[in-house]
Design a protein around this ligand. Structure first.
Ligand code: UGA
Length: 459
């Protein structure tokens, strides 16, 4: 393995999942060597061959090059990493467990190995998302004899789909702990030039992570509730949130109304904070409401499709566009598409579905009679209605004239407010979005070309 100079020129990353791979990519691009420890043999062998188990722009090419140049080595042997490095990042998964709190068994396993194999002076960096108080308990477990390993909390704020960019241009780096020297070493390794660094205690660092994801969820659910009200009073949620977001106290991000939040992080972390609050004596009423609004959003969308089809879904063909929980990823964990499809099938609809890259991950989770198509026009062919569930750029660029020609009825329900209502209506569609005045088909012009994005304005 190529060994850059310096105490932390080579670091260990334990867990080859999303966070571990994105972190490894960041570390090698900033000139370090990485020993990536992955316990799952199949995943490990695939990784060693340069096959990435995740779809994330840039990460695969960076890691493939690092493997060739030997600045990345994949191993199943944590002992090897602990011999070769003095800084080890824990990036194993913390999936939802009992009582909505995360299952920390994978973290516990790594900690027990660290107790046996770690060398004096090794800094343990906790990057997996864990409830406040976890880092402190791990630090107690890693206190001698014969020595004490400093534990530093360094939560992750990257977004799927833009992981590498987010790491190089992070809004902040959060470092928690009580060993200033260890914290400074971690900050040097993970912080891109110019990124503000918050140094704090471990529990506060852990709470910054939960507080941030939960606040994003609150914003999204509030935008969605406001969109429902906009529908009732005849307002348009797109300029409404644009106007709100320009206030720096509010900010433009996380205000896009639509099908709500999914993925492996926001829903899980909000539930975990509610659960952790319940274990103490804090009732997070706002977060419980955000979860309710989010769940209802998916049911309301199905209802909207039913209404647009004259109140009957039984035997009607609906084309679902988008399966991933958001564009730029093949991740379908807690994706709105899964609930929307379940609801539509429950009402007797016949379904086709398309996604530019998540079909492989979605297929095992869907009933076999949902016809999955590699081509969006094939998906739309013969449909009574199209439902946009994920705002992939491919759908903005679709030839909607051709789409209208292949569909049985030109009805389009946009769960992400990603098309321009006026323009799509001019192409002969009946268009319904979330919190926007309905657009009726105004003509059936045969104008070629792509529909412009409704979000051309910065929201
Ligand atoms: C989220 C956070 O944004 C990251 O900072 C954090 O590091 C990550 O979780 C994590 O904990 O690992 P991510 O789940 O990749 O990142 O996705 P987001 O871009 O935040 O979107 C989450 C969901 O909210 C998506 O389903 C998206 O469609 C939805 N959303 C987002 C909206 O409905 N409206 C918006 O305005 C923004």
């Amino acid at each position: 393995m190529r060994r850059p100079p310096g105490q932390d020129g080579c670091v260990g990353v334990v867990g080859g999942g999303y966070v571990g791979l994105a972190l490894a990519a960041y570390l090698v691009t900033s000139g370090r060597s990485v020993l990536l420890v992955e316990a799952d043999a199949e995943r490990r062998h695939a990784l060693s061959r340069g096959e990435m188990p995740i779809y994330e722009a840039g990460v695969d090419s960076v890691l493939s090059r690092a493997l060739r140049e030997a600045s990345l080595v994949v191993t199943g042997d944590l002992g090897l990493a602990l011999d070769a490095t003095r800084m080890v990042f824990i990036t194993v998964g913390t999936p939802p467990g009992a009582d909505d709190l995360p299952d920390l068994s994978a973290v516990a396993l790594v900690v027990s190995e660290l107790r046996t194999h770690a060398k004096p002076g090794t800094v343990v960096v906790l990057k997996s998302t864990v409830p406040p108080g976890t880092g402190r308990r791990i630090a107690e477990q890693l206190q001698g004899p014969p020595f004490r390993l400093p534990v530093v909390s360094c939560p992750e704020f990257l977004r799927e789909g833009s992981a590498l960019r987010d790491m190089h241009t992070a809004a902040r780096q959060v470092i928690g702990g009580d060993d200033r020297e260890a914290m400074a070493r971690v900050a040097t390794v993970v912080t891109a030039p110019g990124t503000p660094v918050i140094m704090t205690d471990t529990a506060s660092a852990e709470l910054i992570k939960y507080g941030s994801n939960s606040f994003l969820a609150l914003k999204i659910s509030f935008a969605n509730e406001l969109a429902r009200f906009a529908d009732e009073v005849g307002a348009d949620i797109v300029p409404v949130v644009q106007g709100m977001g320009l206030d720096p106290r509010i900010g433009p991000e996380g205000l896009r109304a639509g099908l709500g939040f999914g993925g492996c992080c926001l829903p899980k972390d909000v539930r975990a904070l509610v659960g952790a609050g319940g274990r103490h004596s804090t009732a997070f009423g706002t977060l419980e409401a955000a979860l309710q609004v989010n769940a209802a959003q998916r049911a309301l969308f199905t209802e909207e499709i039913r209404r647009e089809l004259g109140g009957r879904l039984n035997g009607r063909r609906v084309a679902v566009l988008g399966l991933a929980f958001k564009p730029g990823t093949d991740d379908v964990r807690e994706a709105p598409s899964l609930d929307v499809i379940r609801n539509l099938l429950g009402h007797g609809a016949e379904l086709t579905a398309h996604d530019p890259c998540a079909i492989g991950k979605a297929a095992p989770l869907l009933p076999p009679h949902v016809r999955l198509t590699a081509d969006p026009y094939d998906c739309l062919s013969g449909a009574d209605a199209a439902a946009i569930v994920t705002e992939w750029p491919e759908y903005l660029r679709l030839d909607w004239d051709r789409a209208r020609q292949v569909m049985r009825h030109p009805v389009l329900v946009d769960g992400r407010n990603c098309l321009d209502p006026g323009e799509i209506a001019r192409r002969g569609f009946r268009y319904r979005a979330v919190g926007r005045p309905p657009a009726q088909a105004v003509c059936s012009a045969d104008r070629p070309g792509a529909i412009t994005a409704a979000r051309a304005a910065p929201v």
